[in-house]
Design a protein around this ligand. Structure first.
Ligand SMILES: Nc1nc2c(c(=O)[nH]1)N[C@H]1C(S)=C(S)[C@@H](COP(=O)(O)O)O[C@H]1N2
Ligand SMILES: [Mo]
Length: 318
């Protein structure tokens, strides 16, 4: 694992989400000294990872610039949406044990100079992997704060050299009904499809995750490679990606295809534009029970991404 040190990086490149570069965190840790590193028993048990292993020690004292408490490893890995494994929130945790995410190949095609089938190891070999704490905000109005592990989507895009006709990127989840029991049903149209406009995809906050809490993604979170677009509703974060295509026209994403009255292409988190069946003004921050947490425009990333939508009517372009 390679973590870039502050000295390697110009301060202009540092986004608030680069938690490792967060000065406040280092100051806090330093000030707390040895006592600060001894997390309370409650905090430690909340952070137990798979097979009761502790998650890497750095997360015990990690505080990100967004200054909201991280959800526990359990929250992040036992409350999921992944319809390939069922529609209940604990179905992905319970039903994804037979899925085998290695070896893995991603097919990259469409409007690119360097199309091909890329082995995941090769895609990762040239990346500087990093931790990034981003809020995940589901359209169903719950949210979590998750330490993702991975690399910027823009790095991969530059590497395959899109042509001038590439206006959008389309992502697809693997189809493997033998291992994904709900792909034998028609609860959604398979494969799961998502897309981004090229400028969204190139934005430095858009992230390809290969892990959470510094460990490989569990199957239920989209192993071995999934998209994280922190300013958009969670459904844009397509999991277990096997295909990335650069296209001229706006892709038809799964949830828009499923119900275009309720879901659009952009899916930007917006407290002022309600879902037809519920308000988006407030959210339930797990593990809390109440919808008492004010939702932030663009999920709190308005300063960074607002410009992408200058002049667009966000009531229309949902
Ligand atoms: N292939 C696939 N990707 C998917 C989904 C899905 O059902 N299938 N659900 C989406 C939704 S609605 C959300 S909120 C996030 C949840 O990510 P998490 O389970 O890691 O929290 O994954 C998204 N990616
Ligand atoms: Mo979601």
């Amino acid at each position: 694992m390679i973590i870039r040190r502050p000295a390697d990086i110009a301060s202009s490149q540092i986004t608030p989400e680069h938690v490792y570069l967060n000065r406040r965190r280092f100051l806090k840790t330093a000030a707390a000294g040895a006592a600060g590193l001894a997390a309370s028993p409650a905090a430690l048990s909340a952070l137990r990872g798979p097979d009761d292993q502790e998650v890497p020690a750095r997360f015990r004292t990690m505080r990100s610039e967004i200054d909201e408490e991280l959800n526990s490893y359990q929250d992040v890995t036992q409350f999921n949406n992944f319809y390939e494994f069922g529609t209940g929130k604990d179905d992905p945790y319970k039903n994804s044990g037979d899925f085998n995410p290695r070896p893995w190949t991603v097919s990259i095609g469409g409007e690119v100079a360097k199309p091909g089938d890329y082995h995941l190891e090769d895609l990762l070999a040239s990346e500087s992997m990093e931790d990034r704490v981003y809020r995940l905000r589901c359209v169903e109005a719950w949210s979590m704060v998750i330490p993702w592990y991975g690399f910027p989507l823009a790095n991969l895009i530059r590497r395959v050299e899109p042509t001038g006709n590439a206006n959008f990127v389309e992502f697809r989840t693997i189809v493997r009904p033998e291992e994904m029991p709900y792909q034998r049903t028609s609860v959604l149209n398979w494969p799961y499809v998502e897309g981004l406009r090229m400028d969204e995809a190139m934005h430095p906050l858009a992230f390809l995750a290969t892990g959470v809490y510094g460990m490989d993604l569990p199957n239920q979170n989209g192993a071995p490679l999934r998209l994280v677009v922190p300013w958009k509703y969670g459904f844009k974060g397509v999991k277990s990606i096997v295909s990335i295509r650069f296209v001229e026209r706006m892709p038809l994403n799964t949830w828009q295809r499923q119900n275009s009255m309720e879901y659009g292409f952009y899916a930007n988190v917006n407290p002022e534009v309600d879902h037809p069946r519920w308000s988006q003004a407030r959210e339930r921050r797990l593990p809390g029970l109440f919808k008492n947490h004010p939702t932030l425009m663009f999920n709190g990333y308005a300063d960074q991404v607002g410009q992408l939508y200058a002049g667009m009517d966000l009531n229309r372009w949902k």
